[in-house]
Design a protein around this ligand. Structure first.
Ligand code: FAD
Ligand code: DHB
Length: 402
């Protein structure tokens, strides 16, 4: 990053790749570019504390773990991450294990998204990287020139970041996607008639592996963060207010939906955090316009049932990192040109898998007995067919090639 010298122009900075958003996508891209000797600046509208504490996803595919390893970010992940070789499906008062590693040779690792974010921030700062927190990108200009500009506000001042390329990694509500002229992008979308209530609790998990439960009152998921911390989710109405869910109601509903197997009970404890997330499937194509490259939730959202959101964000920027390396290192344009097409193959595989898992496990309509029968048939097929279980497993642990 270089700053122009005069006071007048002090609010102008220059870098090679300007990155909007310090979520998993933006931070990992900045790290990858650094490993390739390419300069970047990351603009993040929230504070460092906020992004490091934001509780979200928790499942890393094998490919994401491999990426963290390859790029020197796996020290703490190796110590604190929990490798899981199977998941459990609970329905009709029965429990069925999908032995993912036996079926695919691969596994997932449970490690909170905010831990990935903390590790990335620490690595970028240790390497002298430029992460500007509380820097709110308000407008992108000159995306069709070879010197685009990100206008942002920091400490009540208007500032500019001039760059060769902009990476829009600013999530679903960011500004980047909206900077593309009308008529260029096409959106594909589905909203679901429910949301997830997510709970983080100081309670030792009563499970070794994740439990996905289909119950007549709605979906429930039992996950974990550590031997002391449970992470739980409940399907709730889309317009549900968090105030309507005091802790006692949450535990009662979790018991109803999860304690369906004889002799099994969950562990309760103080609720540390709770929030409601709407469920949406969303893709915008293409993922690039001129000098703007979009990645992660800025261009695609999946319902969380397949645990794909963070993994897709990391997969996008792994491609983008290589594409920028080819451009700066060998003056090659091919990988930048094919970025969107290549990334969208994985995106659509994950869209289908997430929609499929969501449809199989949630109460879709209040009274649709036909749908309920189809769900039961699908779950039983997964539980009894190695072919079908392998399909679930290979998508869940992440397909190496799509
Ligand atoms: P984000 O993590 O959203 O990062 C974007 C960043 O850009 C944010 O830090 C934001 O503050 C910043 N930003 C936005 N606008 C601006 C601006 N104008 N200027 C500067 N900065 C800006 N996925 C799963 O796989 N499993 C889950 O269980 C799961 N649970 C989730 C629960 C919740 C509540 C949410 C919201 C998402 C969940 N997801 C889950 C999805 C997963 O967390 C996302 O897919 C992942 O965060 C995507 O990473 P990203 O870097 O693309 O976007
Ligand atoms: C978690 C979240 C998911 O969406 C999921 O499918 C599995 C686990 C979690 O936060 O642990």
């Amino acid at each position: 990053m270089t700053r122009n010298g005069t006071n007048e122009e002090d609010a102008r900075m220059r870098t090679q790749v300007g990155i909007v958003g310090a979520g998993p996508a933006g931070l990992m891209l900045s790290h990858l570019l650094h490993l390739h000797g390419i300069e970047s600046v990351v603009l993040e509208c929230r504070s460092r504390e906020y992004v490091e504490q934001r509780v979200r996803a928790g499942v890393l595919e094998q490919g994401s773990v491999d990426l963290l390893h390859r790029t020197g970010l796996a020290d703490r992940l190796l110590r604190e991450g929990m490798r899981h070789e199977g998941i459990e499906l609970r329905f009709d008062g029965e429990s069925h294990r999908v032995p993912m590693t036996e079926l695919t040779g691969r596994a997932i690792t449970v490690y909170g998204q905010q831990e990935v974010v903390k590790d990335l921030i620490a690595a970028r700062l240790a390497a002298g990287g430029s992460l500007l927190f509380e820097a709110d990108a308000v407008r992108l200009d000159g995306l069709d020139s070879d010197s685009p500009v990100i206008h942002f506000r920091r400490d009540g001042r208007d500032e500019e970041l001039h760059c060769d390329f902009v990476a829009g990694c600013d999530g679903f509500h960011g500004v980047s996607r909206g900077a593309v002229p009308d008529g260029v992008l096409r959106a594909y979308e589905r909203t679901y008639p429910f949301a997830w209530l997510g709970v983080l609790a100081a309670a030792p998990p009563a499970v070794d592996e994740l439990v996905y439960a289909n119950h007549e009152r709605g979906f429930a998921l039992y996950s974990l963060r550590s031997p002391e911390i449970s992470r739980l989710y409940l399907q709730v109405a889309p317009d549900e207010e968090i105030a309507a869910w005091p802790d006692e109601r949450i535990w009662a509903e979790l018991r109803t939906r999860l304690e369906t197997v004889p002799g099994w009970s969950l562990n309760e404890g103080p609720v540390l955090e709770k929030s409601i997330t709407p469920m949406r499937s969303f893709v915008v194509e293409p993922m690039q316009w001129q000098r703007l490259f979009l990645a992660g939730d800025a261009v695609h959202i999946v319902p969380p049932t397949g645990a794909k959101g963070m993994n897709l964000a990391l997969a996008d920027v792994a491609l983008l990192g290589d594409a920028f390396a080819a451009w700066y290192g060998q003056q090659r344009t091919d990988l930048l040109e094919t970025y969107s097409t290549t990334a969208l193959r994985r995106v659509w595989r994950a869209q289908h898998f997430s929609w499929w898992m969501t449809s199989m496990l949630h109460r879709l309509e209040k009274d649709d007995p036909y749908e309920t029968k189809l769900q039961a048939a699908t779950l039983r097929y997964v539980a009894t067919s190695a072919a079908y279980a392998t399909s679930l497993a290979e998508n869940y642990v992440g397909l190496p090639e799509v």
